[in-house]
Design a protein around this ligand. Structure first.
Ligand code: 2RA
Length: 340
């Protein structure tokens, strides 16, 4: 006996990964529906060795369906998620719409799985921002051991975080640099992304940070601990998939780098690759298609009393979005729906 599962936004990067991961992890599915906007109607998407034809989100009746994984923008989520939730279908939403709503749990299962039990207030659970998810997976076990005071993070975020058109822009701009007459002007980003980096993701706020940077602060506080101070600089880099983060952590108590390495080696969702030699660390290319949050370059920060530096890398479409959503569905299945 399994679940009736809907994937909303099934033709997008994240929606397709949700279907892939539901199949890979053999989530107990009795029935599955792949929904898309009218313009993508009938597009075929893969679900394991099956092919699904997308159905029209606007016409779909969520009544009788158990879980809906939403991977569409905030505006469309605002229109359809409440309709799904009101019909009794529990929504797991990957947009930012509900993340900061005090009545909606914001969940990374390796960090705060118990928060799933708060789903009933709106019948909605929020998935965090991709750059937050991988960071809190690594911070949680260290926080439990030595209580984190402050985090300073610089991100190196791949273009797949923006979407398919950004992937195409990086590809075409890169080719255009080498092929005279095929130059591609920036359209997705304010500047050329090929062979460049852009210190701007999402919109600017009054205080000079971007919303992406603000998200990392607010979401880390909601998921892990409201007392942790977080300051972020989020940068777009010419990488197709895989977000990387240089993270500096200040603890209440001293934490030796070797002990930190041992803790992370045993921590859920974490994989330590950390040798002080060429190639003894993870780069985005190695994380693509994987589930793990990789941690490298673990080392003391001698400039403060109780500091550590580390390098955190993960597939932003997976742990940063689709995998985390499916893991939330697994927790729902085990603790709430209990059919599978
Ligand atoms: C990005 N975190 O990387 C944002 C949304 N996925 O663009």
């Amino acid at each position: 006996m399994g679940y009736k599962v809907v994937v909303v936004g099934a033709t997008g990067n994240v929606g397709r990964e949700m279907l892939n991961i539901l199949a890979e992890r053999e989530f107990p599915v009795d029935e599955i529906a792949a929904l898309a906007s009218r313009k993508s109607l009938g597009t075929e998407v893969s679900f394991g060795d099956r092919t699904l034809k997308t159905q029209d989100l606007d016409q779909f009746d969520f009544t009788g369906w158990d879980i809906a994984l939403f991977a569409i923008g905030s505006d469309a989520t605002k229109q359809y998620a409440p309709k799904a939730a009101a019909s009794g279908c529990i929504v797991i939403d990957n947009s930012s719409l509900y993340r900061y709503d005090p009545e909606v749990p914001l969940v990374v299962p390796e960090v705060n799985a118990d928060a799933v039990m708060g789903y009933g207030r709106k019948n909605i659970i929020a998935n965090p921002n991709c750059s937050t998810a991988q960071m809190v997976v690594a911070l949680k076990p260290l926080h439990d051991r030595a209580k984190i005071k402050r985090v300073v993070v610089s991100t190196y975020q791949s273009v797949s975080g923006t979407g398919k058109e950004a992937i195409d822009e990086l590809w075409n701009q890169t080719k255009g640099v080498y092929v005279p007459g095929q130059e591609v002007e920036p359209s997705v980003y304010p500047r050329q992304i090929a062979f460049n980096v852009i210190p701007h993701i999402d919109s600017f706020m009054e205080d000079g940070q971007t919303r992406e940077e603000w998200k990392m602060t607010v979401e880390t506080k909601k998921i892990l601990d409201p007392s942790i101070k977080v300051t972020a600089t989020c940068v777009r880099v010419p990488v197709f998939v895989g977000h990387s983060e240089a993270v500096n952590v200040e603890f209440e108590d001293f934490l030796d780098e070797e002990e930190a390495r041992d803790i992370l080696r045993e921590a859920p969702g974490c994989l330590v690759v950390d040798k002080r030699e060429p190639g003894g660390y993870v780069t985005p290319i190695e994380c693509v298609g994987e589930y793990a949050t990789y941690i490298s370059r673990i080392r003391q920060d001698g400039t403060i009393e109780n500091g550590l530096n580390m390098w955190i890398v993960s597939d932003n479409l997976r742990k940063g979005a689709a995998l985390n959503a499916v893991q939330i569905a697994e927790v729902l299945g085990q603790r709430v729906l209990k059919k599978g």
